[in-house]
Design a binder for this molecule. Sequence first.
Ligand SMILES: *[C@@H]1O[C@H](CO)[C@@H](O)[C@H](O)[C@H]1NC(C)=O
Ligand SMILES: *[C@@H]1O[C@H](CO)[C@@H](O)[C@H](O)[C@H]1NC(C)=O
Ligand SMILES: *[C@@H]1O[C@H](CO)[C@@H](O)[C@H](O)[C@H]1NC(C)=O
Length: 433
Amino acid sequence: MGFVGRKRWFLAPLLLALVFVQGFGTAVSSLNYTNYRQVSTVRLERIQRHLDKINKPPVMTIESPDGDIIDCVHKRKQPALDHPLLRNHKIQRGPPERPRVKMVKQDDHRANKSSADEGVMRGSWQMWHRNGTRCPRGTVPIRRSTVNDVLRSKSLFDFGKKKASVSLARRKDAPDVVSANGHEHAIAYTGYLQEVYGAKATINVWDPSIQVVNEFSLSQIWLLSGSFDGSDLNSIEAGWQVSPELYGDSRPRLFTYWTSDSYQATGCYNLLCSGFVQTNSRVAIGAAISPVSSYSGNQYDISILIWKDPKLGNWWMSFGDNTLVGYWPAELFTHLANHATMVEWGGEVVNSRASGEHTSTQMGSGHFAEDGFGRASYFRNLEIVDADNSLSSVQSIAALAENTNCYNIKSSYNNEWGTHFYYGGPGRNPQCP
Ligand SMILES: *[C@@H]1O[C@H](CO)[C@@H](O)[C@H](O)[C@H]1NC(C)=O
Ligand SMILES: *[C@@H]1O[C@H](CO)[C@@H](O)[C@H](O)[C@H]1NC(C)=O
Ligand SMILES: *[C@@H]1O[C@H](CO)[C@@H](O)[C@H](O)[C@H]1NC(C)=O
């Protein structure tokens, strides 16, 4: 911090113009990510020091076709262990047990194969796997952060943080109130439940277009506990997001997020701060998901399960068919150290009204819920984990969208998809000016 407060900053004779250009492959986007920014050498040094802290020395490096650098980092060198509360943390190999699935009647299950199910291709995976090289055993794949990643955020402090609260904004549960901070949602939620120990869903993957670089569109699960009007809300979140600011492109990416103080000082996306412990060598958090669904074409989805290990209290996450990704150690939380009190599933976008009108940033597939399978995005098989560590279909949910002319949601139930919903929308349109 020796440089701060000295006039030297202003005198810095060398201003660097940074230009970055990326190969976007097949991603279609009208966004201009080229960022000509004047950056002082001092600022650059500060950013570099931060990056040196979060980018751990890799055992090996894999280049993804989308331009990402995936570092294979020794498990015990991962960022999580920099957390003051995790200095002596013993990395868990796996949870002692997984949630038990409550039996469903097989006959019912087979009889009604919904027509919607045809055309679903399971197993959307990650683009960097196309490289063909794997991270060695004992390492975890971590997406390397670059100077440009930091430069796109408002400040070094903001890098990796979620700007405003998702949930705080909609505390009043008043569907007509547009969130003050410009965050808009189309979500299903459990309401205040007694005690929840986990949640699951299978989420359709799309690549919604984003109007301006600092907006985003995400589709995720929230596990929440604490008070919404205080500063102690605990939240664990995971799903896919398109965030040009965070990643410098328009691809949907697997992400995680946590906070234990209402999105203020604690927590971050992915592994951009210490906290989340990764255990898997195949899944890179923050890496692009591929393939992606297309309109009236193949549909791809990802399954995410988050649950609390009843013995040690850690919150585990699995991806796809039971692939363990890692866990949020119990130590990180206050309220979530016990259990969650609410689960939410759905979409969120930022509407910054950059051109004085509602943003045309899309949610889900960019199509309204009514359009249904193959056109609108879905969440299916919404499930929660109860105190007995058993997983069952969520019985009653409420749905909420702030402005249904911009983005909406329609929930339903059938045997194959259990509790499910379609959601999303185009944003700006004649009814959503
Ligand atoms: C992107 O924006 C910069 C100015 O910020 C401009 O010079 C450049 O031509 C633009 N690139 C494209 C592809 O539009
Ligand atoms: C895979 O990653 C390695 C290491 O970065 C790189 O040299 C190689 O070109 C990549 N291969 C492909 C097919 O992208
Ligand atoms: C399943 O199929 C049976 C008869 O084929 C029908 O009566 C029932 O409504 C269907 N259930 C659902 C949830 O679609």
